[in-house]
Design a protein around this ligand. Structure first.
Ligand code: NAD
Ligand code: UDP
Length: 314
């Protein structure tokens, strides 16, 4: 297949979402540079692309500056699971803020488009439900989640200041909980934990009473939204929410996983982590009107595909 001629940098490209994005861009014919320091990512996630002459992997920490020619940058580098982003909170904060700065500087050099993988965490423990982009959020600036939440908020600030002061071609999306194949079994997020526990016949660990809610988006839907957003005209900057508005309690999720795996695992309760948001559900009217984007994969179907993936790597 002839290439598109576009050179696209994906930071965090060896992570869960990044690996799916690299695959889609390569399929479309782009040249892809995957930059990663492998803090949570893995070469296994991109190994099926390694023979492709339009694909390169660069081991680099985005906290340090870098230089190369690019037409577009997708800035995804940052651990996303609370377990991992709290492992070295200073590194997480630096990754978010310096990583955003370095992506913006590189984009500025070449007039490239630059995309920021922001998060529903910018809404914190929200008092507005569902969350529209106009909501400024309810975030603790000094808690154990702050390295991530405030780091991502700081990154958004940099993106919009580069836009205002230098005309940067920015695209900011706020991602709600996403799941699918290539999640690391030790990732610590709820869907991977529940599936791995169910397949191993271990107790399913619900934090707190399990009535807190989340909205889960299947990774293929999310990546379609990323590409749609990057392809919008320059006046479309975001922020735009991307997520599946289907809302479930963690108890409902555990029951679905037990049913689909046919597991004999029992539900046990563990303490609720500090500042764990009570509820989360995206208002996606903006994504729908700007990008014509709607998620297509319902939770039952996405879980089925994700369970198959985890069965394959046991
Ligand atoms: P992930 O942890 O699987 O992937 C992150 C990738 O970034 C990994 O490959 C990791 O090694 C790499 N990385 C981390 N620090 C780095 C650094 N300093 N330099 C270079 N590479 C670095 O997480 P994911 O779920 O794929 O998330 C990707 C992006 O999407 C993140 O920015 C995350 O904040 C955002 N996001 C994800 C979700 C979700 O539910 N998965 C929700 C909201 C936002
Ligand atoms: N959670 C849980 N059991 C687990 C892992 C997570 O009950 O083994 C809960 C967690 O407390 C939170 C929800 O599931 O209320 C989603 O957690 P996750 O870490 O996946 O994402 P986030 O909190 O960042 O939305």
């Amino acid at each position: 297949m002839n290439g598109s001629g576009k050179i696209i940098l994906v930071t965090g490209g060896a992570g869960f979402i990044g690996s799916h994005l690299c695959a889609r861009l390569l399929e479309r014919g782009d040249d892809v540079v995957c930059m990663d320091n492998f803090f949570t990512g893995s070469m296994r996630n991109v190994e099926s692309q390694l023979g492709n002459p339009r694909f390169q992997v660069v081991r680099h920490d985005v906290c340090l500056p870098y230089s190369m020619y690019v037409d577009e940058i997708f800035n995804l580098a940052c651990p996303a699971s609370p377990v991992h982003y709290q492992r070295d909170p200073v590194a997480t904060y630096k990754t978010s803020v310096f990583g955003a700065l370095h992506a913006l500087e590189l984009a500025d050099k070449w007039g490239a488009k630059v995309f920021q993988a922001s998060t529903s965490e910018v809404y914190g423990d929200p008092h507005v439900h569902p969350q529209p982009e106009s909501y400024w959020g309810h975030v603790n600036p000094i808690g154990i989640r702050s390295c991530y939440d405030e780091g991502k908020r700081g990154a958004e600030t940099l993106f919009f200041d580069y836009r205002r002061t230098r005309g940067a071609r920015i695209k900011v999306v706020r991602i709600f909980n996403t799941y699918g194949p290539n999640m690391n079994p030790a990732d610590g997020r709820v869907i991977s934990n529940f599936i791995v526990q169910a397949l191993r016949g271990e107790d399913i660990t619900i934090y707190g009473d399990g009535t807190q809610t989340r909205s889960f988006c299947y990774v293929d839907d999310l990546v379609r939204g990323f590409i749609g957003m990057m392809d919008t005209p320059d006046e479309v900057t975001g922020p735009v929410n991307l997520g599946n508005p289907g809302e479930f309690t963690m108890l409902e999720l555990a029951e679905k996983v037990i049913k689909q795996t046919g597991s004999a695992s029992k539900i046990v309760h563990r303490p609720l982590p500090q500042d764990d948001p009570r509820q989360r559900k995206p208002d996606i009217s903006k994504a729908s009107s700007l990008l014509g984007w709607e998620p297509e994969v319902v939770l039952d179907e996405g879980l089925k595909r994700t369970i198959e993936f985890f069965k394959g790597i046991r």
